[in-house]
Design a protein around this ligand. Structure first.
Ligand SMILES: [Ca+2]
Ligand SMILES: [Ca+2]
Length: 308
């Protein structure tokens, strides 16, 4: 038979009215089997948790030590490399600074030498420039002198040729020849032939037009010759062989002769405006006027000796 359990509700103690021999000395509570399982389960979970925490703690400590060791190594490595690099750079900089300090006096000397050389070169350049200017002035003077000598030689040659022609004509006259021959379209007066140009020209153009005709711009030597020209010349104006191109106010004939006879108009020569260095003969009166050489006259008069 199973022993019967009897619960006394007034007391927290549980008493069994009838107890079996196997259950003597042991008090059995309600739900005793379930509570024991929970305790075991709780104990088991607690042990598992402790084991897990221990493992985690062990792993954490191990990893921490590894990290600490790695950090130490890394710090040592960084410190080592950084110090070495910085020291190397500092050493190089100090060496460079020392070299610069050593080179400063030499550089200063070199700079002073360059400044002295620059000053010397400037002085030489100035002297060279002055010499060049003198050479240019000498060259200009030389060219002017050569040009003047060439003009003088040309005039002397022309004068000599004219003198030879005069002598030849005089010789022929002495032998009974009549020397009044002139080319076609030329007019003879006394011992000379005259050509009256019909195209407007500047003084220089007229001069070369006469040279092309083996003559030259007319030189007027007497009142008779002037009257002859007045009768035959263009009525507006004609260039004649008188000019003051070389020296202002000193007029010379193309044949090189001096100015003995003159026929200036009133107030002439006046060298008006930008300068008047070539002489033209007014058509109606025949009076002379110094005019601008680059201006044009309606006519121009050439002359040459009449042949026998
Ligand atoms: Ca003049
Ligand atoms: Ca004038």
């Amino acid at each position: 038979m199973e022993p019967e359990a009897k619960w006394n509700g007034s007391s927290d103690q549980v008493e069994f009215s009838r107890m079996s021999p196997r259950s003597q000395g042991f008090t059995k509570l309600p739900g005793q089997k379930t509570c024991g399982k929970s305790v075991l389960l709780f104990t088991f979970v607690l042990l598992i948790s402790a084991a897990l925490w221990g493992t985690l703690l062990f792993l954490f400590i191990t990893r921490y030590q590894e990290i600490v060791q790695d950090l130490g190594k890394l710090r040592e490595s960084c410190v080592y490399h950084n110090d070495s690099g910085i020291l190397t750079v500092i050493g190089q900089l100090q060496e460079t600074q020392l070299n610069l300090k050593t080179n400063v006096p030499q550089l200063s000397k070199t700079l002073n030498k360059l400044q002295e050389d620059q000053t010397t070169l400037k002085s030489k350049a100035s002297q060279f420039s002055q010499q060049l200017n003198r050479f240019e002035e000498d060259g200009t003077a030389f060219r002017s002198q050569v040009l003047n000598e060439k003009n003088t030689a040309t005039q002397a040659r022309e004068k000599l040729q004219e003198e030879i022609q005069k002598l030849w004509i005089e010789f022929q006259r002495a032998n009974g020849s009549i020397c009044t021959k002139c080319p076609e379209n030329w007019q003879v007066f006394q011992k000379k032939c005259y050509f009256f140009g019909k195209e407007p020209k500047t003084w220089a153009q007229a001069k070369y037009a006469c040279i092309n005709l083996q003559g030259r711009l007319v030189s007027i030597k007497s009142r008779e010759e002037q009257v002859f020209l007045n009768r035959n010349a263009n009525k507006k104006g004609s260039w004649i062989g008188l000019r003051d191109l070389d020296i202002e106010g000193i007029f010379l004939w193309m044949d090189g002769s001096s100015l003995n006879y003159t026929n200036w108009g009133r107030g002439e020569p006046n060298n008006q405006g930008q300068g008047e260095d070539c002489v033209a003969m007014r058509g109606t009166s025949g009076l002379w006027n110094d005019a601008n050489c680059r201006g044009q006259q309606d006519s121009w008069i050439c002359e040459k000796l009449a042949t026998c």
